[in-house]
Write a protein of this length. Structure first.
Length: 290
């Protein structure tokens, strides 16, 4: 299978997109890949939209999902020139100025656009980037994914369970610490809860705890598909590296509001197949900020 995946990644993009077109119909109309989850997430997130509008977004999402899948495999053979042409980086000076001063930056994003190609673009900034990732269940595919993500260098992959220790060990290295901060926590009673897309939603607290402990600035990265095969990544400051006057949870709240704004604007480009809202808000919540 690994040989097949590498062979698949050698195909030209126009061929991969024809395959993606076929997979879109297969996923949507034949096997109904996670259709119940997708439709449920969309309906709860956009209660003001009609059933027809929800189905339209869902169909567009399947196209976005299958494009992303095939684009991931294309990461095996993408050249530096292709990455630079296809992933535009906006407001990069915001991050570079901190790095030049020796200050690490926490870079947070949601599951939008193409986060795999965004990793390749980060590698080409020549800044060291610590990527916190969720280890895949299949060890062979997990190793394949790591090799693809690190092929341009400047990428340090930190499995989520190791990130606390590794962040402490690397605290003096000017770098970005990259988090997809919209995943569903496994322990809802220790999560930060807020209204997000019209429903109670749990967020990991690690982003804010890291920022407060090490006094790192927090920057939002909006990942958007401009057109098929072309993306933009735009940086926006969420919080300066001094949080004495910010109440606990404020940084997460700012992230949630900024990501929500982007999702509303580009509803087909969010990972609706993820079981984001599988937990109900518990009656008692206990968060350790320190």
């Amino acid at each position: 299978m690994m040989f097949f995946f590498r062979l698949l990644g050698q195909l030209p993009l126009f061929v991969l997109y024809r395959l993606a077109d076929a997979l879109k119909w297969l996923f949507y109309a034949v096997i109904s890949y996670r259709k119940k989850v997708i439709m449920g997430n969309l309906t709860s997130s956009f209660p003001e939209k009609s059933e027809k509008e929800i189905r339209k977004i869902a169909f567009q999402f399947y196209g976005y999902l299958t494009d992303n899948l095939l684009e991931f495999f294309k990461g095996v053979s993408l050249t530096e020139k292709q990455v630079l042409e296809r992933v535009k980086l906006n407001n990069h000076d915001l991050v570079q100025n901190y790095i030049d001063k020796g200050i690490p930056v926490i870079l947070v994003a949601g599951h939008q656009g193409n986060w795999e190609w965004a990793i390749h673009r980060l590698a080409l900034t020549k800044i060291t980037n610590d990527i916190v990732y969720q280890k895949l269940n299949n060890p062979n595919f997990n190793e394949f994914s790591k090799q693809v993500r690190q092929r341009f260098g400047n990428i340090v992959l930190m499995e989520k369970r190791e990130s606390v220790i590794l962040t402490r060990d690397r605290k003096l290295i000017p770098r970005t610490i990259c988090l997809a901060a919209d995943q569903a926590p496994q322990k809802p009673e220790t999560a930060y809860w807020t209204q997000f897309l019209n429903q109670d939603t749990a967020f990991f607290t690690g982003m804010e705890r890291f920022a407060r402990e090490y006094q790192y600035p927090v920057v939002f990265a909006e990942l958007i598909r401009e057109k098929r095969g072309y993306y933009s990544m735009t940086y926006e400051l969420l919080a300066e590296p001094s949080f004495d006057n910010l109440p606990n949870g404020e940084i997460i709240e700012r992230f949630a509001r900024r990501l929500e704004k982007s999702i509303v604007k580009y509803p087909d480009q969010y990972l609706w197949s993820h079981r984001r809202w599988k937990h109900k808000k518990p009656e008692q919540i206990s968060i350790k900020w320190n």
